[in-house]
Write a protein that binds this ligand. Structure first.
Ligand code: BES
Ligand code: ZN
Length: 458
């Protein structure tokens, strides 16, 4: 089965492929907000119907949360699993969007055509690259080149609470020779990338309570403890003057980057000044003495993702608030155990509380870092296939983001993952005005056709 007619069909069918993607983007499948539960269901139904329209045996599987979608297609050769997520991030602040996030359109921009809308890049546009490659393959050859299991999740953006039980309950059905995940980016617009390591994630929400009610800051201020002051003190203490995280034992299981990998990353010629300039910045703000790619790919971080307390409305209110809260996340690397880090973080901040203050913790997820098996021959085959499609050869890279499913495929199914995606740094994922380049979508679809050919025939 030759890939050339498949590539030609992908080219000629691009307008229809884009129309199908726009349909999926119109469904506001925000997984974290219960108000959009029906829409998550609707997106799952859409995917089931899309798979069925290609002759794939697909069904929606209920969970405690949002449904999974599973499809099977028989065929010769290796058995692949493809994973993507149909849920998207919330859209707020809505006022910063230039159009309705769920009324997507193709726009002409000075840098080329883009698909604008929530989920365009993360992850609906990306998952559709694989589906469209399969559609073209099937249309051209009457069958897919190998046995493929399709697996779509609707809770990736909200910590995947149903994922582990689902994988455990359906391990025999989902176990394959290798899993392909399309939820990462290119190295740059000329250089495609295969991600070899992902950071883990620990998400903690803390609420500090002082007085049992909001107080007048003139009547009580000075005498009564202010929980925002306590919270600020705790947050300020999480990093030292060199940008290192101060949670006791935090770096115990953080490995040194092997020299060969360090050299390989240096060879990538990453321009951190240009990377920062894209977002109006100039100066690296991570751990002293580390390169930008280390900071992004191989070092752990602690970030405050949100903070609240007191009066936040218009004007001014001289309140001494009863509570203050923060959402704090840690990106983890190496063998850092998210549960151990969680315990140490909780002990550290609890020990910093002054008299009369209490603290509540809510966990929003904990998953370890993962490292891919690049020795698997699939990696070199995919690298060659990508290099045929893009101007420059494909690179093996790290990724700063977290995709917990890759680790769970490994530990629960015994299936290794290969992460290939076509997003760009300026896609504004998780932000207002998210976009996916039409070029990413088109060349991404062509890339998957080539990768399927390489994995099954190479
Ligand atoms: N697609 C992203 C992960 C990603 C981001 C990979 C940037 C490569 C570059 C994914 O949907 C995501 O945002 N994951 C969350 C996971 C978290 C909620 C456990 C993340 O990384 O914050
Ligand atoms: Zn994603």
């Amino acid at each position: 089965m030759s890939v050339d007619p498949v590539l030609a069909r992908i080219d000629s069918d691009l307008p229809n492929s884009l129309d199908r993607l726009l349909e999926l983007l119109r469904i506001p499948s925000i997984s974290t907000d219960p108000a959009f539960k029906k829409n998550c269901d609707q997106a799952a139904d859409w995917l089931v119907a899309d798979l069925q329209s290609m002759g794939i045996d697909a069904s929606k599987r209920e969970t405690q949360g949002h449904p999974m979608v599973v499809g099977h297609s028989d065929g010769p050769g290796p058995h692949l699993l493809f994973y993507g997520h149909y849920d998207v991030q919330p859209v707020d602040p809505l006022s910063l969007w230039h159009r309705d996030p769920f009324d997507p359109e193709i726009q002409d921009t000075p840098k080329g055509k883009v698909i604008r809308g929530r989920g365009a890049a993360d992850d609906k546009g990306q998952l559709m690259t694989f589906l469209e490659a399969c559609r073209a393959w099937k249309a051209e050859h009457g069958t897919l080149p190998c046995k493929i299991t399709f697996f779509f999740e609707g809770e990736e953006e909200s910590g995947s609470p149903s994922l582990i039980p689902f994988l455990k309950a359906n391990a025999d059905e989902l176990k394959t020779d290798i899993a392909l995940i399309c939820d990462t980016g290119l190295f740059d617009s000329r250089v495609p990338a295969i991600v070899t390591m992902l950071r883990g994630m620990l998400q903690e929400e803390i609420t500090i309570t002082g007085p049992d009610k909001d107080l007048h800051s003139g009547m009580f201020g000075g005498a009564a403890i202010n929980p925002i002051r306590v919270l600020s003190h705790i947050i300020a203490a999480l990093h030292d003057e060199n940008g290192r995280i101060t949670v006791p034992g935090f770096y115990d299981d953080v490995p040194d980057l092997p020299d060969d990998m360090m050299a390989q990353w240096e060879n990538l010629g990453f321009d951190h000044k240009a990377f920062l300039a894209e977002v109006g910045l100039d100066t690296l703000a991570g751990e002293a003495g580390r390169s930008a790619l280390e900071m992004l790919w191989s070092r752990p971080t602690c970030e405050v993702n949100g903070i609240g307390g007191g009066y936040q409305g218009d004007g001014f209110k001289t309140v001494l608030p009863s509570t203050a809260s923060a959402k704090i996340s840690f990106r983890l690397v190496g063998q850092q155990d998210p549960h151990v880090i969680r315990d140490r973080f909780r002990e550290m901040v609890s020990a910093m509380l002054p008299p009369d203050c209490t603290i509540d913790f809510i966990s929003h997820g904990a998953s370890p870092a993962s490292v891919m098996s690049v020795d698997n021959p699939a990696f070199d085959k995919a690298r060659a296939a990508l290099s045929d499609e893009w101007p420059d050869p494909a690179a093996f890279v790290g990724s700063g983001g977290s995709i917990p499913v890759a680790g769970y495929f490994q530990s629960i199914l015994g299936t290794e993952s290969m992460l290939i995606g076509f997003g760009k740094d300026d896609d504004q994922i998780h932000s207002p005005n998210e976009k996916y380049d039409v070029d990413s979508f088109h060349k991404g679809t062509r890339s998957w056709a080539r990768i399927l050919a390489a994995l099954t025939q190479g």
